[in-house]
Ligand binder design. Structure first.
Ligand code: ATP
Ligand code: MG
Length: 325
């Protein structure tokens, strides 16, 4: 059977890294790519950053691979996450042998709530002096995330998960989040512990091996996973998955990198690792493992792009990964 995958390169280096990830996927499975547009360039042409056709494709495909959008990022990625009904953002932050990292022992996975919290969109300007934000936390969204987390850690490599929150101050909202996640973990006999998110920030820098899978509210997940990116050696390495009930959207954590866009020197790793997450999601576990292994081998002693201290082009680094497959 031919797998159908929607690809949205977007702007900047999205246009350079998405074609490379496609080549990697093509080399391991039988696939048809459906190309769709989104981002600054489309907005300039058509007046809308996310054409209805693109939204509809993402809302009906099993999997979508997205690159990056520039100025219009929020107009593109938030509706796309909505199109796939994504309630969790999976962000692994792992250091690789051969890559210069502040904390080479880092191996973390953030499971970030993806629909509410302070990103609920409820902001108001009440006067010239006063603006407010309504932080939304529901038991249902917290439980959906927790159920996903329980499933995620059910394999042998994980021993439960840690909740990062600030329920000592935001007693109602983070309290609700914490209570809902703890109760789902208990129902599923999954070991769970808690850490205040500020303490987590310090402790993860001092010794990331204290943690494994971290479950957190939306903003905390955004900030703390970027902090972890700093520990492992840079944005060019970090993949992510926005998972919903029936479909999912995969994207590198980085943006359009306008400073290097157009030069063919962007690091394709984050997007190729996102594609590996996509392969696993679609049930191609062997192929996904093979891609992860090939990336690891090339990072350890193959050609690499400038951000990792090498001088390979985007295409040369991808060729090396494909050769390893
Ligand atoms: P945007 O607004 O689209 O996020 P940005 O200027 O914040 O753009 P990012 O893409 O977030 O840029 O990246 C931040 C910096 O990290 C860039 O300046 C770029 O040099 C570097 N960077 C990000 N991704 C990569 C990559 N894949 N390969 C090499 N360098 C990268
Ligand atoms: Mg950025």
């Amino acid at each position: 059977m031919t797998e159908e995958i929607v690809v949205i390169p977007g702007d900047g280096i999205g246009k350079e890294v998405i074609p490379e990830a496609k080549r990697v996927v093509e080399s391991v499975i039988d696939v048809t790519f459906i190309e769709a547009d989104a981002g600054d360039a489309v907005k300039e042409e058509t007046g809308t950053a996310l054409p209805q056709e693109t939204y509809d494709l993402a809302a009906s495909a099993d999997a979508t691979l997205f690159g990056a959008a520039g100025e219009t990022a929020a107009d593109v990625i938030l509706p796309l996450r909505d199109a796939v009904g994504s309630f969790v953002n999976i962000r692994p932050a792992k250091a690789y042998p051969g890559v210069d990292a502040l904390r080479p022992e880092t191996d973390l996975v953030f499971l970030r709530e993806n629909t509410e919290g302070v990103y609920s969109g409820h902001e108001d300007r009440l006067s010239d002096d006063l603006s407010t934000l309504t932080r939304v936390v529901t038991t249902s969204a917290s439980e959906a995330l927790a159920a996903f987390a329980c499933d995620y850690v059910s394999g042998e490599e994980h021993d439960g998960f840690t909740i990062a929150h600030k329920a000592n101050v935001m007693r109602e909202t983070d309290g609700r989040f914490r209570d809902a996640v703890v109760s789902v973990a208990k129902e599923n006999d999954v070991p769970v512990d808690e850490v205040l998110m500020d303490a987590f920030a310090t402790r993860v820098c001092l010794d990331p091996t204290q943690f494994d899978v971290i479950v957190c509210p939306n903003l905390a997940g955004d900030v703390l996973s970027d902090l972890a990116a700093g520990l492992v050696g840079g944005l060019g390495l970090l993949p992510s998955a926005n998972v919903g009930t029936d479909r999912a959207l995969f994207e590198p954590v980085h943006g359009t990198a306008p400073d290097i866009a157009g030069n063919g020197i962007a690091n394709p790793t984050a997007t190729i690792l996102s594609a590996a997450m996509m392969l696993e999601y679609l049930g191609y576990e062997t192929e996904s493992n093979a891609v992860n292994d090939a990336v690891e081998a090339v990072l350890s002693d193959g050609p690499r792009t400038g951000d990792l201290g090498g001088n390979a082009t985007t295409t040369e680094m991808t060729d090396a990964i494909i050769n390893h497959l």
